[in-house]
Ligand binder design. Sequence first.
Ligand code: FES
Length: 293
Amino acid sequence: MGLLKHLRSSAELTAALDRLRDDIRSDSSKLPILFWLRAYTILALERDTVSIRWAKLSGLVARTAREFGINGLDHAPGRALLTDYALFQAAPIDGGEGVTDPEQVRALDLGRNYQIELRPVYQNELARVHDWMIQTWEEFRSGDEDQTLAGIMARWAPVGRSGLLPALIEAQELEGWLSREMLVAIAQGLQVPLSQVYGVADFYAHLYTKPVGQVFIRVCDDVPCYLAGSEDILHRIKNLLWVRDGETTPDGKFTLEQVPCLGHCNRAPVVMIGTQIHENLTPEKITALLNGE
Ligand code: FES
């Protein structure tokens, strides 16, 4: 993809996701739309494909929504995800053009003949959509869920193996990484072989099986940021903190990661510290930030 195209599609994706978040902030009845997006990213990452049959997606939602106080039999939020945010298209299972026009989508028999997929221009952004979903879900989900390992097991054990990835994601939120004890408990709880649990945990870059720092420093190394000097920023961080990519500082405070596009490419180079985005960085600015100035 050309640089300009990348900049444009990245900005459009950010705008669409921000609009969804703003909608939920102003109207909490829209939270189920985020739940459908959550189910989509879980299935898409698990199957390593951006195309998920509507029947599979609605099935996962139906099996898992009740625990979160969401009506899993109501397909309207799933359709709203397709029609209201210009993120997805409905593609016929047996091939053919994807449908994006909201009026046409509303008339389709999705459950029988269609799969839902990110629009082609966003299809290599699945990991970013997933990361956004995790942060946003964390912001909005109800505080009365049982966020202990036992509570997570109680939520996901009934769905067996298809609960593996969501269980790992939620378990990681407890301590920031997945210890062996947690992985064993998940394997037993979901009745999945431990080797498969390890396989999934190792496969996904956003799951950690070693301790991580309290704060992640994520340096975007995608093309626009690279051209704007992200290497110099990275070099400066490594020198200041004495860590390499993927390592954690000895005091356990920071973990350094190089990541693909963070969605702010028109203000490159970009670094995310914790949940805070920092734009138009220079080596001097990142030095000041890390020194707390
Ligand atoms: S390339 Fe998009 S934020 Fe760096």
